[in-house]
Design a protein around this ligand. Structure first.
Ligand code: PGA
Length: 255
């Protein structure tokens, strides 16, 4: 396993100057604390990607986008292709986020196509998955996670898994202030790990980073990171506050 990964998902927040300021604060503070064992990525809205890239240029902080289309070009009004993201300097793209699955109606099949397209264009894909509260209450968590994984990764060649991170984000924990318990998290992360090892072999399957996301905050990051099979964190709301985000990165560094 390489370094842990902390990703800040800024969602639809921030004007270009606001995003630039936030990126600047993060770069400066990370530079001072230099956490060597943790990789950090931030995913601003599309409109701020170029401005933030300028600020990240001299740092180790990586740039991510929050979505992309599955074609490189074409008549897809309002969409952004993975080649466009690569051109702007993105390293990562978040795919299958629950807000896209549940608010914008993205299907498992669409997400699978997006993953292939991202990898084809030299981006690393962060595949998000997780169950809704209704699915958890109905005892369907394992089945939902299994379906999301199977369809998203079905078309990938064995080598391609090297360029993927998985983020388990229970939908009911996103933006609610409610975390999954360590037991709930490690059960799903173990399921994901077993799937990866079975599908891609022990060497490759054990090397994929599995992140947890959903109401990660400065005061719970250390506990979440100490949960078995948690290799990083996907942070939404708290990543908009540079102090909170840095504390999260620091608690990951200490693991
Ligand atoms: P949250 O969002 O940290 O605000 O719960 C996480 C996410 O949506 O990735």
């Amino acid at each position: 396993m390489t370094n842990s990964l902390v990703v800040g998902n800024w969602k639809m927040h921030g004007s270009r100057p606001e995003c630039s300021d936030l990126a600047r604060s993060i770069v400066q503070s990370l530079h001072e604390t230099t956490p060597a064992s943790v990789e950090v990525a931030i995913a601003p809205p599309y409109t701020a990607l170029a401005a933030v890239k300028e600020i990240l240029k001299e740092s180790d902080v990586r740039l991510g986008a929050q979505n992309c289309h599955w074609q490189d070009r074409g008549a897809f009004t309002g969409e952004v292709s993975p080649s466009m993201l690569k051109e702007i300097g993105c390293d990562y793209v978040i795919l299958g986020h629950s807000e896209r699955r549940h608010i914008l109606g993205e299907s498992d099949r669409m997400i699978a196509q997006k993953i292939s397209a991202a990898l084809r264009n030299g981006l690393r894909a962060i595949l998000c998955l997780g169950e809704t509260l209704r699915e958890r209450r109905a005892g369907r968590t394992a089945a939902v996670v299994s379906r999301q994984l199977r369809i998203a990764l079905k078309d990938l060649g064995k080598a391609a898994i090297h360029d993927i991170e998985i983020a388990y984000e229970p939908v009911w924990a996103i933006g609610t202030g409610q975390n999954a318990t360590s037991e709930q998290i490690s059960r799903v992360h173990n399921q994901i790990r077993n799937f990866l090892v079975k599908s891609f072999g022990a060497g490759k399957g054990n090397n994929v980073r599995i992140l947890y996301g959903g109401s990660v905050k400065a005061d719970n990051a250390a506990v979440l990171m100490s949960t078995p099979q948690v290799n990083g964190l996907l942070v939404g709301g708290a990543s908009l506050n540079p102090d909170a985000f840095l504390q999260i990165v620091r608690s990951v560094t200490k693991q």
